[in-house]
Design a protein around this ligand. Sequence first.
Ligand code: IMP
Ligand code: MG
Length: 337
Amino acid sequence: MVDKVDIVVGLAWGDEAKGKVANQLASRRVGGKRYYDFVARWNGGSNAGHTIYIGEDCYKTHIIPCGVFHGIKSIIGPNCVLHPESFYKELDMISNAGFDASLVKVSPNTHIVTDHHIDEDKRTLSKKLGTTSRGIAPAYSAKAARTGLLAKDVLEYDHIWDGNIYGNMLCEGAQGIWLDINKGIYPYVTSSETLPYSACSIGFPTQVIDRIYGAAKIYDTRSGEDPLFPSSLLNDPLLSLVADAGQEFGVTTGRKRKVNWLDLNRLIDAINVSGSTDVIINKCDILQDVEQYRLFYNDETLNFSSITDMTIFVEERIRTMCKFVSTVTFSYSPLFV
Ligand code: IMP
Ligand code: MG
C-alpha cells in the first residue's frame, strides 16, 4: 500500500513549468534517502512537453515521467494514452543519456495511440481546435467507445507495470486546469482529466494525498485555439516582449504561444478547485526583464511599479481567498530552469 502521494498540477493552460517543479521535487532526499519511490503520470500522452534540467543537461520529454532521471521507478498510468513508437524513441533517448530506462513501466490498461489516430487528429482536429496532432482525441474516443487497444496487448511484456505501489509517490500532471475535459471550456480542452482527482486512477485512495503543488506563471499563455484568449494578443507590442523574453514557444509543437497579463481571479479559482497546498509562480524574472508588472483583477488592469509590489499583492490575495494554501513561492530562476 502506498504511504503518501504528492501531486503536481498545472494551474493554467499548461506550460507553467510543471516539469521544473516535478523535477525539483523528485530530487528530494530525506535522511540521505530518496523521498519518492515512484513518479507517475496520470493523464494525457505525448501532447505534453516537459523541459527538465539535470545539472547542465537539458532533456525534453513528452510521455516519460521525470523520476527516471533520479533513479526512481516511473509509471505511466492507465488514464494516459501512449504511442508505442514515440515511447520507444524516448526510452532510447533516456538510455543513450546514461539513465536506467528499465525503471519506466506502463500500466497494462493504458490505451494505445495508433498511427491512424495521429492521422485523424492531423486531418480533422489540428486546424479546428489547434491540437498538438499527437492523436490524443481519437485515442480517448476509442477508449470511451471501448474499441481501443491496451498496452498489455501491444507492448513487450518487460515494459508493463506489475501494479505494485509502496512508499511515497509523486504524480506529475500534464497540461493544466483550463484544459481539463470537465472543467475547461469545451471543446477547447484536451481529452483527459488534468485535475488532481484523476491521479487516483493510478490506484490509490484520496486519503493518501498529502501535498498538492500548483504550478502557475506570473503571466498567462495559451497554445491552441481558444476564442476567450484573443489572437490579437499575438500582435500586442508589450506582450510580444514578454513572449520573446519568456521564449513562449511550444515544446511539443514549436508554435508561438499567445501571451496575456495574469488573470488573478482565474488563478485563484484554479488554486481553489485544485486544492493546491503549495503554489509556485514561475518566470517572475521575465516581467523584470521587460519591466512590466501588470495583471487583471476584478475587471481592472492593475499596473505595479516593481515585481516586489506585484508579488506582495498576488500573495496577499491568494492567502486571503484560498483556504488550503500554506506556501506561495515566486520563482526567478532563468528560463525553464
Ligand atoms: P490535444 O491535447 O493535442 O488534443 O490539444 C487540445 C488543446 O490542448 C490544444 O489547445 C493544445 O494546444 C492544448 N494542449 C495540449 N497539451 C498541451 C500542453 O502540454 N501544453 C499546453 N497546451 C497543451
Ligand atoms: Mg509543456
